[in-house]
Structures are given as structure tokens and as C-alpha cells.
Design a protein around this ligand. Structure first.
Ligand SMILES: Cc1cc2nc3c(=O)[nH]c(=O)nc-3n(C[C@H](O)[C@H](O)[C@H](O)COP(=O)(O)OP(=O)(O)OC[C@H]3O[C@@H](n4cnc5c(N)ncnc54)[C@H](O)[C@@H]3O)c2cc1C
Length: 413
């Protein structure tokens, strides 16, 4: 059996390794348009590669996928986060699980993850064809003809589309997979960036660029009110960080812009209620009548933010605590626990994944084979599956790549 896997990213590499494990007789071609494998895997997790999640309960893990959770049930049971960890460790890469349940190689080097595959492929008969830019795929009878730029056509019995989405296009994932899947009869759902920063109408975040918070609550005024707790930071154009990425994931298909901004609210002290905040602030004011208000606010937020809050609430920054009115305390509470911001745009090109993709009803979730085009398999981000940050996107790619590989290895021509 001759199999062409198009795209040597997370899903394609795992699919190839799985076919080799299960059916080493397969004549396997791994086609990649870059000159090397797994470019995006290497830069993922800031170069450390957050390879999967430490969340072992599959139900909880599935809840981290705003799109595709039902489709992934079978794949995540077959190749769970724990199984992914075991697989890499068995292949010589020790992993560590951090406090926030993100799993990384102990070396903190994404290249080690890709090297696992490079080693597997070197000692196998797989033909790794880099600099092979697949331009079209046609099917005649039971055979597929894979056409690459400036290369002779390849005739195979099975094809796997693992070309990724269209985020971070310089890594090679430029959306070609959608065109190829469409040409073979599939529907591509609406596409949108996900896991990105927001640009705010307010300009003051620029003055706080780089100021980060370990834990804040972020909510948005969208059809389903959504709140996320997690790390967060101000940037030179707005806001970013894991809690913001989660919000971006749920608002991926929401229309907003300068004329219709998305209202976002931040609670910097989520562990206490508004009433408790007001009482605590009043107690601090009474205990420190001669101190300036902005210094007292530092009990709750960094000095740079307390200055902005004073400015926005209209309190002179050196105003003494004894002179602060009840109304000013109340207004401050609203800013610390419900700080309003208005997103006018998504961070341009900084999204981690593409939401949307190949319509899931057209793919068998137990095999990853197309229901419309027998012999064609799809795996990874090309599918209408995307998750939150924390290793869930790579997990989906490993798992769907694994399932596609196991299914192909079981078939005969
Ligand atoms: C900056 C960044 C950081 C990330 N960090 C994490 C993280 O830490 N943890 C996590 O879980 N997820 C992370 N993600 C998301 C995760 O990397 C992706 O979801 C995952 O890599 C998708 O895997 P894939 O195999 O489907 O596609 P990709 O990894 O994108 O691979 C697709 C491959 O197909 C090739 N290709 C495309 N078109 C063609 C063509 N026409 N011919 C031949 N080859 C082609 C591409 O060159 C590419 O190598 C991150 C994403 C980004 C952008």
C-alpha cells in the first residue's frame, strides 16, 4: 500500500510514525513544503513546546475545545493526554507537568519533540520529501494523484491531509489544506483566528505594556456571557495572556470593530467580592489617613495601574486618604473589580490557531477517513477543531494523527 501524508506538522508526523509502528511494510511518503519538519511544533509554547495537557480526565480535557469536542471523544480516548505523554517518554523524551497542568519536555526545547520523529523516520523506509509543495490532488478510481510544484506526480492508494490551518503562515501553514479538501468535495466552515490578543479602543494600556497578573477574571459582553480566570497582561496595543486567549476563542466568530467594540471587563481581585473589597479599602483608608490614595490601591493592583485608575476615576493622584469620599471608594471598586475595556480589533496575525475547518460531519471520528472520498484521511488543525491554550491543540493533532495512522495501517488495498 502506498500512502502520501501531506504536511509534516504534529498530525502528519504522528500519523507517519503510527503507520510505521503498525504496518512497517507500507510505502510511505511524507510531503512537506518547508525544508524541514515540524516548524510550528518547534516554535510552539514559546519554543518550549507545550506538548499536551496534564488534565487526565478526558471529559474535562474535552471541555477545553470550543469546537470539535464531540468529534474528539473517540480520538482522545484512543490517544489520551496520558498516552501522548507515555509515547514521548517511551521515545526517549522526559516530560514535566507544570503547576498549571501544561506539559513540556524537561529540556524546554521543542526541537527535541521533532527530533523524536526525525530519528524514527531515519531508521525507516519512509520517504521524507521536504520542499514538496502539494498543489493539487485528484482521485481516479481507487488511486490518488498528488501533484507537487516542479515534481513528477505521485500515485498512491491513501492520502492524509494534515496541512494545518492558516495561523502563523510563515511556518508553512497557509491554508492550502482547505483548498485541497474543498477540491475533493468537502465543505470548509467559516474560518476565524483564535487564541489571539485584543487591540483596545483605550490607549492607556500602552503605558502598562508588560504589566502582568497571575490571576484575573476576564469577561465579555457577548451573546453568552463568558468569564475566564487566569494570567493576563497589558500590551502596547491592548491585552493578552491565557485568560484573554480563552476569551478570544469563544468570541472567534463574533463581529466587532471600532464602530461596534466588544465590551470586556476585568476583575483584578477575583478572590474577594465587591462588598468585601469596599470594606477592606475603607479600613485601609481609615488606618492610613495621611498616605496618598494611589499608594493604598497598591494593596490590590500594581502602582502603575493604580495611577491609571486614579486618573480614570478622576482622583488627583496625590490626594490623601482622609479626603477620599464614599463615592470615590465605590467608583474605585468598580474599576478594580469591573474595569471596562473595549476591543476594537484582534491582534493582527498573532493568533495561535484557526477556528473552523473541514466540516466534521464529513469525517468519520473513529478513523479520520472522509465520508465523501474513501481512502482520504484528515487530521490536525485542518479539521473544524480547536482548543484553548494549555497543550490542547497539539493534543488534538497528535490524537487525530494517531487515529488516522492506526486506521490506515489496518486497511488493505
Ligand atoms: C506560535 C504558536 C504557538 C503554539 N503553541 C502551542 C502549544 O504550546 N501547545 C499547543 O497545544 N498548541 C500550540 N499551538 C497550536 C499548534 O501548534 C497547532 O494547532 C498544531 O501545530 C497543528 O498541527 P497540524 O499538524 O495540524 O498543523 P501544522 O503543525 O501547522 O503542520 C502543517 C504542515 O503542513 C505543511 N504544509 C502546508 N501546506 C502544504 C502544502 N501545500 N504542501 C506540503 N506541505 C504543506 C506546513 O508547512 C506544515 O509543516 C501554537 C501555535 C502557534 C502558531
Amino acid at each position: 500500500m502506498r500512502v502520501a501524508i501531506v504536511g509534516a506538522g504534529a498530525a502528519g508526523m504522528m500519523c507517519a510514525a503510527t503507520i510505521l509502528e503498525n504496518n512497517p511494510e507500507t510505502e510511505l511518503f511524507l510531503l512537506e513544503k518547508n525544508d524541514s519538519l515540524g516548524k510550528k511544533v518547534i516554535i510552539s509554547g514559546g519554543g518550549r513546546c507545550n506538548v499536551t495537557t496534564g488534565v487526565e480526565d478526558i471529559k474535562i480535557a474535552l471541555s477545553k475545545y470550543p469546537r470539535g469536542k464531540k468529534f474528539l471523544i473517540s480520538a482522545l480516548h484512543r490517544f489520551s493526554p496520558a498516552a501522548v505523554r507515555a509515547w514521548f517518554e517511551e521515545h526517549g523524551i522526559p516530560l514535566k507537568c507544570e503547576k498549571d497542568l501544561r506539559v513540556f519536555p524537561v529540556s524546554d526545547d521543542g526541537k527535541d519533540i521533532v527530533n523524536v520523529f526525525t530519528k524514527i523516520f531515519v531508521h525507516s523506509g519512509v520517504q521524507v520529501l521536504t520542499k514538496h509543495n502539494v498543489k493539487s490532488i485528484t482521485r481516479q478510481g481507487k488511486e490518488f494523484f498528488v501533484m507537487c510544484q516542479n515534481q513528477p506526480p505521485l500515485t498512491v492508494d491513501r492520502v492524509v491531509l494534515a496541512l494545518g490551518g492558516q495561523a502563523y503562515r510563515h511556518t508553512g501553514s497557509t491554508g492550502d489544506g482547505y483548498t485541497l479538501a474543498e477540491s475533493l468535495g468537502h465543505h470548509i466552515t467559516e474560518l476565524a483566528p483564535s487564541l489571539h490578543s485584543f487591540i483596545t479602543k483605550e490607549k492607556w494600556p500602552r503605558a502598562l505594556s508588560g504589566v502582568s497578573f497571575i490571576k484575573a477574571n476576564i469577561s465579555a459582553d457577548c451573546p453568552k456571557p463568558n468569564t475566564f480566570t487566569g494570567a493576563f497582561l497589558f500590551t502596547h496595543t491592548g491585552i493578552s495572556g491565557p485568560a484573554v486567549f480563552a476569551l478570544s476563542s469563544l468570541t472567534a466568530f463574533q463581529n466587532f470593530g471600532p464602530a461596534k467594540p466588544l465590551a470586556i471587563f476585568i476583575d483584578f481581585v477575583p478572590e474577594i467580592t465587591m462588598d468585601r473589597f469596599i470594606i477592606t479599602l475603607q479600613q485601609l483608608l481609615q488606618a492610613n489617613p495621611k498616605k496618598s490614595f494611589k499608594n493604598i490601591l497598591q494593596h490590590f493592583v500594581p502602582l502603575s495601574l493604580s495611577e491609571i485608575i486614579c486618573q480614570e476615576v478622576g482622583i488627583p493622584i496625590e490626594k490623601k486618604n482622609a479626603e477620599i469620599t464614599r463615592q470615590e471608594v465605590q467608583k474605585t471598586g468598580e474599576w478594580v473589580k469591573h474595569l471596562p475595556l473595549h476591543a476594537v480589533a484582534r491582534g493582527a496575525g498573532d493568533e495561535f490557531v484557526t477556528a473552523g475547518g473541514v466540516e466534521l460531519s464529513q469525517v468519520d471520528p473513529r478513523t479520520m477517513e472522509s465520508k465523501l472520498c474513501p481512502g482520504l484521511y484528515l487530521a490536525g488543525e485542518i479539521l473544524n477543531v480547536d482548543g484553548f491554550t494549555g497543550g490542547f491543540n497539539l493534543q488534538a493533532s497528535w490524537a487525530t494523527g494517531r487515529v488516522a495512522g492506526e486506521s490506515i495501517a489496518q486497511t488493505r488495498v
